[in-house]
Design a protein around this ligand. Sequence first.
Ligand SMILES: [Zn+2]
Ligand SMILES: [Zn+2]
Length: 288
Amino acid sequence: MLDYHLHLWPHGTPASQPTLDELAAYCETAAAAGVGEIALTEHLFRFVQADAALAGFWDDDPEPRLRTSLARYWREHAHADLDAYVEAVLEAKAAGLPVVLGLEVDHYAGRMHKVAALLEGYPFDVLLGSVHWVGAWGFDQLGDPVVDAEWESRSIESVWDAYTDALEELAASRVCDVLAHPDLVKVSGRRPAVPDEWYDRMAEAAASSGMAAELSSAGWRKPAAEAYPAPALLTRFRKAGVPATTASDSHGLGDVASRAHDLRALLADVGYETLTSFRGRKPAQVPV
Ligand SMILES: [Zn+2]
Ligand SMILES: [Zn+2]
């Protein structure tokens, strides 16, 4: 098994330089759960380099409350140094830890070429592509009053449409390797009565871009109360020939390799016999 989606820093806490001991502890916890290789995939928006290239993307949104809210969230997060992060993970790799160097890259509407230019030249093994905001609405920041009010004011169909539009643009940009938490839009627990049309679009976006899709236990820790993606979407990925990774999306040691056993069962249910590992952005199939 793999845990190909791991953070070092909980949201709302300052970044600290990762130590070899800290990364070794991640590997030990993963190994104890039967997970033999992990990817460190800190959010791109935690780094000052992203701030320089992408800050202000929220100004495209016509809603001032959302712009202000996302600008504040961004300012709280964009403080770490990407070069130091890369160096720390490479050091762990060189020390023989079963770690690969990754990043969780968001969808930046109309700006994925800027993201590609920013990341060019870095020795990443794997890049996760995520949709965390629709316009300037960080829809998965549940508990933020501005975010929650927006959930009340929009129809669920319009939210799934906007999310899927963003996911399609992200996939078509081919900047990333893995579609992270592909149906994150269900995070609040609200879903369309019949989500098939959106599932079909998500599966087509992954298949036509050549990206892998992530099976993540993080959804069990949210109101959605199921893994990302839903079994019906995972089945579509399988049928469309989309390769898979597994992940916990832990934001600290506590959830590393969380529910790996349950993810394995979901893979077996839909017939996945291999997972996709990455080295230098090149995929390889490994046994589940
Ligand atoms: Zn994410
Ligand atoms: Zn994440």
